[in-house]
Design a protein around this ligand. Structure first.
Ligand code: AMP
Length: 492
């Protein structure tokens, strides 16, 4: 990614808005349900959490904080400060440093039509360009998150209704977004035209008021006892008010491109996304991986937790025992959130330990979902060898991650992506395995029930594996041009 000297740009080095969103309309304990929903979506973001509620007098209440949902919303006093029958919430996985709190969502603003709160999962690709124009017009940004652009675009819109103003704003943004928003009169959900990030609709049982729920994943519906109704469709906006649910699709029809990495790693395995159960999909990916690149071995061992379903699929397809040869300590966060390589290395050891009796003297197939920087794999392989494995073969349930994601999954810049810098044979050598194989792109699509990847019309966003970015990367192009123009000799 480009050097980033512009004060209007993010104050950290990359866009990374891996998040979870939740919203509920018309129920008692709306904020408590939102806290539960966010807890189920905790895997989508552990840096911060926030809830905004709307009480019966039309007054908004907010509480936001750094850290996990339980750390911020475990206190009865905090929850008592979030009254009302409607609420939205957000889990954030993003920036570090002292500016983090002002970036915690939901964002809230007072408009001429009243209060408006919004929570965003995804990443906008023209936010900096829009922000520059908005700042020139006098908009004063309070945060460095791209999501604030929505707020200002809504504020300056010349349309009258909240919905029309939102549509006006959404027509100007590029990128990936699943949004939940709340104003005095409705809960709103929206997905970008390609439907890159997930958003599902659920309904609470009649005894809980029958209200609607919006959430990033179905696991958040399950925890609050809501029935899954359907996915919000790509390009769809739903407005949920006291008269029911109203749907509109203002962007026209385009072929959707749901993020394939949600299936591989990001979504929780008990979620059903776009009609497809994530757990079963991961097992199918593992089975396909076994068909493509099987090797003789004694035991299939997952890198927990994310490699578990794929390893199960692999083991049953290959007819080799599946064993928990690596045990994960659940009381540490994801190693990814550790800021430096040194700490990250330590983090891997904190997180995983070898189950010696399972590994000693065995030829081991290790299954993991992805290799990003390669730090995890290297440490795990070393650990498995130290535990006495005679051979270590690594099988990865995604194709090589060769490109950064600009649409809301936290991936480092290309220079840090192992697969962008090395071919598979070199990666095997660096990681220290006897063999290394990744699932093919076609194999991945097959595991998802397609015939393969149709290069003319790929069913998913797979830019992290192909570099084919379906949504323009306007900010990066603009910045690149700026960087290039700085290199040109000044006109005489
Ligand atoms: P690395 O050490 O950078 O190769 O990390 C790879 C590991 O990180 C894999 O085991 C994945 O389960 C996990 N992973 C992959 N993508 C992400 C992500 N966007 N955020 C957090 N963890 C990830």
């Amino acid at each position: 990614m480009m050097p980033n000297a512009d004060p209007l740009l993010h104050d950290d080095d990359k866009p990374h808005e891996e998040c979870g969103v939740f919203g509920v309309w018309n129920t008692t304990d709306a904020s408590a349900l939102t806290a539960l929903g966010l807890h189920a979506l905790q895997h989508r973001g552990q840096e911060a959490a926030g809830i905004v509620s709307l009480d019966e007098k039309g007054i908004f209440h907010a509480h936001k904080g750094l850290g996990l949902v339980g750390e911020n919303f475990g206190d009865a006093k905090v929850m008592a400060g979030l009254p009302g029958r409607a609420s939205i919430g957000h889990n954030r996985y993003a920036t570090t440093g002292e500016t983090a709190l002002r970036n915690v969502q939901p964002l809230y603003a007072d408009f001429e039509f009243g209060g408006f709160a919004v929570a965003h999962n995804g990443n906008l690709t023209n936010a900096f360009v829009l922000k520059r124009a908005l700042v020139r017009r006098g908009c004063l940004f309070q945060s460095t998150t791209d999501s604030e652009v929505f707020v200002h675009l809504i504020a300056i819109s010349l349309y009258t209704t909240v919905l029309d103003r939102l549509i006006d704003a959404l027509k100007q943004v590029q990128g990936a977004y699943s949004l939940v928003a709340l104003h005095n009169g409705a809960l709103i959900g929206a997905r970008d035209p390609l439907g890159v990030r997930p958003l599902v609709l659920g309904r609470l049982p009649a005894k809980m008021g029958g209200g609607y729920v919006l959430a990033s994943e179905t696991c958040a519906l399950d925890i609050v006892g809501a029935d899954f109704q359907r996915d919000i469709e790509p390009g769809e906006i739903v407005v949920i008010d006291d008269t029911g649910l109203h749907s509109t699709k203002p962007f026209g029809k385009v072929a959707s491109r749901f993020c394939i990495f949600e299936y591989i790693y990001f979504a929780r395995p008990d979620s059903v996304t776009e009609g497809t159960p994530v757990y079963a999909t991961r097992k199918s990916i593992g089975a396909e991986l076994a068909r493509e690149s099987h090797v003789e071995a004694d035991v299939v061992v997952p890198v927990p937790d994310s490699g578990v379903p794929a390893a199960m699929g692999y083991a049953s397809e290959a007819g080799i025992p599946f064993e928990l040869g690596i045990i994960r300590n659940h009381y540490v966060g994801r190693t990814f959130i550790e800021p430096t390589d040194q700490i990250r290395n330590l983090g891997v050891k904190l997180k995983h330990s070898a189950n010696r009796p399972i590994l000693a003297g065995k030829r081991v197939i290790l299954v993991d979902d992805s290799i990003v920087r390669g730090t995890t794999s290297r440490k795990i392989v070393e650990m498995v060898r130290q535990a006495g494995a005679t051979e270590v073969h690594m099988r990865i349930s995604s194709p090589p991650t060769t490109h950064s994601c600009y649409y809301g999954i936290d991936t480092p810049e290309r220079s840090q992506l192992m697969a962008a810098q090395h071919d598979v044979a070199e990666m095997a050598r660096i990681i220290g395995v006897d063999s290394l194989a990744f699932i093919s792109l076609d194999g991945l699509y097959r595991a998802l029930g397609k015939e393969g990847r149709d290069p003319k019309k790929p069913a998913y966003c797979d830019a992290c594996f192909t570099g084919e970015y379906a949504i323009p990367l306007t900010d990066w192009q603009a910045n690149e041009e700026k960087q290039l123009s700085l290199l040109q000799p000044a006109a005489q």
